[in-house]
Structures are given as C-alpha cells and as structure tokens.
Design a protein around this ligand. Sequence first.
Ligand SMILES: *[C@@H]1O[C@H](CO)[C@@H](O)[C@H](O)[C@H]1NC(C)=O
Ligand SMILES: *[C@@H]1O[C@H](CO)[C@@H](O)[C@H](O)[C@H]1NC(C)=O
Ligand SMILES: *[C@@H]1O[C@H](CO)[C@@H](O)[C@H](O)[C@H]1NC(C)=O
Ligand SMILES: *[C@@H]1O[C@H](CO)[C@@H](O)[C@H](O)[C@H]1NC(C)=O
Ligand SMILES: [Fe+2]
Length: 593
Amino acid sequence: MMKSAISALLLAGVVRAAPASSTENTKVQPFSIPNLLNLIPRSFEINEKRKGWLYGTFPFGVAPYPYGKLADKVIAEQQSQWKPPVFELGGIIVQETQEAVEAVIAAGGFTSLDDYAKVYNNLWQTSLPDGPLPGMLTNHTDDRTFSMMRLSSVPYRLRRVQREDSLLFPVDEELSRSITGHSLEELHAQGRLFSEDFAEMKDQEATTAYGAGCQAYFYIDDAGDFLPLAIKLIVKGREDSALVYTPKDIKDEWLFAKMTINANDGWHSTWGHTTQSHSAAEAPYLAAIRSFSESHPVLAVMNRIENTPWGVRPNLEESLVNGTADTGPKYYPWAANAARTWANKVYSSGETSNFSSNYFRTSLRNRGLIDYKYGPALKSFPYYEDGAVLVDALTEVFTGFINAYYKSDKAVANDREIQAWLKETGPGQVHDFPKKIQTRKDIVEILTHQAYLGSVVHAIMSGNGNQLDIMALPFTSAGWQSPIPTKKGVITDILPWMPTPQGAAWQVATYAAGNRASWKDTNMTFAYMFDDESLQSRLNKEAKAATAKFQTDMFALSDKWRARGFDENGLDRGMPYIWNVLDPKWAIFWSVV
Ligand SMILES: *[C@@H]1O[C@H](CO)[C@@H](O)[C@H](O)[C@H]1NC(C)=O
Ligand SMILES: *[C@@H]1O[C@H](CO)[C@@H](O)[C@H](O)[C@H]1NC(C)=O
Ligand SMILES: *[C@@H]1O[C@H](CO)[C@@H](O)[C@H](O)[C@H]1NC(C)=O
Ligand SMILES: *[C@@H]1O[C@H](CO)[C@@H](O)[C@H](O)[C@H]1NC(C)=O
Ligand SMILES: [Fe+2]
C-alpha cells in the first residue's frame, strides 16, 4: 500500500521532472526550492540525473568531463549550437588571413615596428574590424602602456612584493637609484615594489621559435605612478648568465625585454584561461547538475550563465592537439603539448582552479594589490575599478535573486539540494570550494564568483582582451624568430626577431578566432546575462525584478564607459590606451570558446 503510493508519486514526479535537460514539460512550472511536497519527485529526478551525468576524464585533462546517457545527449545538442559559429568564423578567418598576407606584402612588408599596423589596416572586416584597442598601435613604446597593462589587461600574475616575500633577483643599487631614486630594498621596505614571475615557462617543450621565462619588477614612483623597473630574461640551459634589462638600456633592447615578457603574459592568458575561466567553473557546475533539480532556481541560473560549456575542451583538442591549428608552433616558442601540460600544472597547483581564493577581491588582496597595509594604494587600477563595478552588480542581482526564494538564512541552510551540492563538490573535484553554505550571503558569493569566471575573467583572458591588447601586434609577438641574445648591445633593430607577414597574419587570425567581434551589442553580452525567455518565464516576481534592474543598470553603465577617451595628456586613467574590454554591452556574458 505504502509502496504503491510512493510509486505513483514517483511517476508523477517523473512526468514533471524527467527532462534532465530541457523539455516542454518543465518550462511552464515556476522554479522552486525544495520542500517536503516535492521531496519524492525531485529525489527521483536527481537520482536519474546522477545516473546520466557521470564524472569522466578528457584528453585535455583538468576538471572532470561529463559522460553518460543524459550528458552525452546534452553535449551533442550543445555541439550543434557552438560548432556552427566556430566553423563559420573559421572559414571567414581563412579568407581574411589570405587577404591580410597579400595586403601586407603589397604594401611593402615590414621595415619597422610601426609597419605592423599594416596587418590590421582595413583588414579582418568580419573577425576583427576595429583592430587593437585605441592607442595600442601608436603608444606601445610608452613605458606606461607596458606597466598599466598589468593593472588592466593582464592582472593575474602581478603581485606586490610583500614584507615577508623575498626578492626575485637583484638589481644593481646605482642602477635602481638612477631609475627610481631608491634601491630595490628601499622600494620593498616601503611597499612600493611589485613583481611578475614566469620563470617556469623557460622549461617548456620548445619549438623552432624563441622565448624566455621572464621575471619583472614594477614600482610606484614618487608621484604615485606605476612603472616598470627591470626585466630578467631566463633561458633554459643558461640560467646563470640571464640578462636583466631596464629602461636605461638602448631603446630596442628594453622594448625587446618588455615584448618578451608580454609573450609570457599572453601565453598565461591564452592557455591559463582554459582552466581559470572554463574548467574552474565547469567543475562546480557539473557537481551542481548532479545535485539540484532542474526546477531549482540556483541551477536554472547556472544553466544560463554556463551556456554551452562542454564544447571548449573538444574544440581545443581538435584544433590544438589534433593539429588543425598546425601552424601555431612555428610562431609560439613552446609546443602544443607544452600548452596542455602547462594548463594542467596551473590547474592542479590551485592557481587557476581554486574557487574561494580566486574571488575577485580575495585574489587581489592576497596579492597585495588592494587593501595593503604596508604600502601605498595604486593610484589607478582599471581592472579593479571596472571589475568591482561588475562584481558588485552581480552581487546585487544575486542578492535580489536569492532573497526572492529564501526568506531567511536558515532556509538556505535547510535547502537539501544546496547542501547536497556542497558535499558533491568533493567527488566533483572542485578545488578550494567554500566549506559551508549556511547563509544567503554564502550562496550569493558563490553565484557571483561563478558568473564572474565566465564573464569578467573570460573577457579579460580570452574575449575582448587578449586579442586586442596583450596579443596584439606589434607590442607582443607570440614568439621570436631569432634567439634570445647572450649579451647586451646586440639589438639595435628588433625586426630580425619579428614575425614575417605570414606569421603576423597567423597571430591575428589565431586570436581573432577566439573573439566574437560581431557579438558586440547583442544579447550575448554581459548586460543580457539574465535575458533569456526560458529562464524569465519561470522566475518569480521578485527575481524578475532583480534581473530587470541589473539589465537597466548595465545599459546605463555601458553608455557611461563608452564616453571614455584620451585626456589632454593622451591618457585614459593613466593608460596610453583606451581599455574598455569589460563594457557590459561588449564583454560576452559566458565563457565562449
Ligand atoms: C583527436 O584525435 C584522436 C585520435 O585520432 C581521436 O580519438 C579524438 O576523437 C580526436 N578528438 C577530437 C576532439 O576530435
Ligand atoms: C588553493 O586553495 C588551498 C586551500 O583550499 C590552499 O591551501 C592553496 O594554497 C591554494 N593555492 C593557491 C595557489 O592559491
Ligand atoms: C538573442 O537575439 C537573437 C537575434 O536577435 C534572437 O534570435 C534570440 O532569440 C535572442 N536570444 C535570447 C536568449 O533572447
Ligand atoms: C596615444 O594614442 C592616441 C591616438 O592613438 C593619442 O591621441 C594619444 O596622445 C597617445 N597618448 C600618448 C601618451 O602618447
Ligand atoms: Fe574560452
């Protein structure tokens, strides 16, 4: 008697809940949090999902990759969504690459660094119509372009040399004083010294191109500006004689040093992003799929912000490892396998995979970039300033969203699906996930970070950033065509190190392929994060209102940021270029391939 009553309930639940992905049946039902009435149908649904979404591995490595009856179906459906734009754009880029090579050659090729602007001039009409960020082509020799890029375009390996930290390498005291007015030790003691360390890159499997693993110092000068001090270029096998370059070196040699570490930062963004914005979000998402009912508002919003996450690794493997992008290694100093190995290393070390320690402000604080007690604040920190506005907007919308479903913190603590998710992040191999979810604030923070990974981090490391700043020519060449010098005074002209027209076009093409220039102002952008019919139609009134306010706010913010330009000193917020990559109507809201 009891048994058959349960079976009837179960069946009723199946009819409602069966579509572990998406079907007509669930669409009309409002989202709801677990209660006693839905215990049985939802338990049944979740059990079915757990059988159909299993933890597998992927040749590219890192986070678990789903497989199973339900997962395979969803992955196949998603392929039909993400593949066509990739192939369509790919076809266009092949055409545009050919045009670019011909145009550069017809215009006399490259005889100076400035000539590399030719590879963008009225080219890439579909894939990169506006070229690099305003200022990048004209102001790249300005030291502030180099240093301020660390505070905007490539903020993830920069740290303040904190009190307890040791110095990476010495700089001659006289030299340091002549540049900064202080010795390295004084700058360190005053909390004004910063560093980047890519030394590990020197050990990667090399190609026929050249590169180094670089270390660099930056400092806050007496006027409060953030400037470069020194760069050490470390080459495998000759570590002991590694040369240190400073602004006191001859012009092209100092530029060469800056460009060599740019290539490290570009590599960090390019391959680091596959784990820092993709895999780090995929792991908790897969655990969530296995823990929540599809009727749960938390999973509903994750389904939206993750969009089509499972296409990234197959796409990478196909193009990178299986070799359709086979010209790459000729220009990168390191092999495709090195990219895969390195991405796995930074993932397993926690650098890119850690959830909590990579929270927007936590990460900046841990690296001494904000709230540092023993040194001055950064006068202008565009990544932090713009990022904070977006992260705070996410916090606000998720607070409204969570409050719309939970009347108290206790309701969060009592949500069996949320607690199951927390537990599931163990077998789901989520690194450094929060240890508890007891309050509305706890869950808001988690959702904010999840959304931040796919939008802000992805836009910086692979979307509007990367293509248009750190991997833009001429200031960054993916790799060098001549060896790293063994002594000073040999680079009076940088051109022999620079790529050919084919190499330059390859670099633009490679990065344009990761961009979605044509999606600017469309509903793929940040402002439209919650603007989805299948999500909206099932939200309650308060949640709808919160997401509507978010969109209105983001439209206004976009208008405000688009009014930026160069001031009378040729700067925007201290930068000799216009850095607007987080524009909410330009940055894509999800981790697009
Ligand atoms: C890559 O190649 C291997 C071996 O040929 C094949 O098994 C695998 O399916 C390919 N991966 C993709 C994503 O095409
Ligand atoms: C990652 O998180 C763990 C704690 O969960 C911590 O011990 C480790 O230091 C973190 N790693 C990095 C690189 O932040
Ligand atoms: C986004 O816009 C496109 C084209 O205007 C439209 O076809 C699509 O339905 C929209 N998507 C959403 C989720 O609103
Ligand atoms: C940077 O470039 C823009 C135009 O490309 C120019 O107007 C501005 O003066 C330059 N800034 C500096 C500091 O050279
Ligand atoms: Fe990506």
